[in-house]
Design a protein around this ligand. Structure first.
Ligand code: PGA
Length: 347
């Protein structure tokens, strides 16, 4: 059974007392989450709250447990690095996760891929779950070099990481243009496509074990888009900012995402496989891609097809998942054919 990942970075918000209150609420909420899936859940407060955060999770003992992470870390164990925090200091507090290369560190503090690499190596060496954040800027996206940027951030950032260390590695894809109050959320299709690029690059670097490295999406995740993001085949989890900072709101976002994920999973095996068969099997998978596109049109414009028909395809997200895995584009005649076929199927 697949593990699903949820986490939040509290940035430079929430003081010590606020983190404590938040964690108590979050851990009570977590026990109400209803799922058959394994969940990995982490919270990344500021350095000054780490010790009390560790105490709270020790006494609250939620299920799933809350993993506490640090927002940054110096690669060195000690030295003349005023204002920095070392891996040994984090270990002393019992912190389990370290986030490296958040967009705000890269772009506001000017951290380079080479520096992130040193931190990643040190973090893994000190047995922390290591969350490497990557993502392209709007300018890079507009130059159509997003894939190259992601591949570069991965290849430099993960240089020297061994296969044995991979179980502790997580990647967060956070397009810079999607983060924060002025961010535009990436569409689920865009995010899924970039996650696929990341997955392929991880396999290129590490071979087959690269396939198992979880990839989380972050950047203006909210209650409206979370469900559609989590059902994407290449998205393993959600890394949430603002929408997670109210404990109750984060709880509903997680519960709704899990429910969507599970509905989608059920739909995948039944409807999607049936549809693949109906459309001529995997040889004609391009048609399925178009089919999904058409279904989106239908869902956005319900007058095109009757309501009852739409209700019959409530597991339609399963079809999206299948279709999104295949990028072969066929001609317009196939699109129309598929649409007609689907319409007949639904009526
Ligand atoms: P946001 O933050 O969800 O508020 O855009 C995401 C992040 O910075 O990780």
């Amino acid at each position: 059974m697949k593990k699903i990942y949820f986490g939040t970075n509290l940035k430079m918000y929430k003081n010590n007392q606020e983190v404590k209150n938040y964690l108590i609420k979050i851990s009570n909420n977590l026990s109400k989450i209803n799922t058959k899936h394994k969940i990995e859940f982490f919270i990344i407060p500021s350095y000054t709250s780490l010790e009390s955060a560790m105490n709270i999770i020790h006494y609250q003992k939620s299920s799933p447990p809350i993993i506490i992470g640090a927002q940054n870390m110096n690669a060195n164990e000690k030295g003349q690095f005023t204002g920095e925090i070392s891996p040994l200091m984090l270990q002393e507090l019992g912190v389990q996760l370290v986030m490296i290369g958040h967009s705000e560190r890269r772009h506001l503090m000017g951290e380079t891929d080479q520096e992130e690499n040193q931190k990643v190596l040190s973090s893994l060496k000190h047995n922390f779950i290591t969350l490497l954040c990557i993502g392209e800027t709007l300018e890079q996206k507009n130059y159509h070099i997003s894939d190259e940027i992601l591949r570069m951030q991965l290849k430099i950032g993960l240089n020297g990481v061994s296969i044995e260390q991979l179980p502790n590695l997580r990647i967060a894809y956070e397009p810079v243009w999607a983060i924060g109050t002025s961010g535009i959320p990436a569409s689920a299709e865009y995010a899924n496509n970039k996650h696929q690029i990341i997955k392929e690059c991880l396999i290129e670097i590490f071979g087959k074990p690269g396939n198992d490295i979880p990839i989380l999406y972050g950047g203006s995740v909210n209650q409206e888009n979370a469900s559609n993001l989590i059902i994407q085949p290449y998205i393993d989890g959600l890394f949430v900012g603002r929408s997670a900072w109210d404990a109750d709101q984060f709880h509903s976002l997680i519960q709704e995402s899990i429910t969507a994920y599970e509905n989608n999973e059920n739909g995948y095996s039944e409807t999607a496989l049936l549809l693949i068969k109906y459309l001529g099997g995997k040889d004609n998978i391009g048609a399925l891609t178009h089919c999904a596109t058409r279904i989106r049109v239908i869902l956005k414009n319900e007058t095109k097809i009757d309501k009852i028909g739409i209700e019959k395809i409530n597991i339609v997200k399963g079809i999206f998942s299948v279709a999104n895995q295949f990028q072969i584009i066929f001609g317009k005649h196939i699109v129309d054919e598929v649409y007609l076929t689907l319409k007949n199927l639904l009526n």
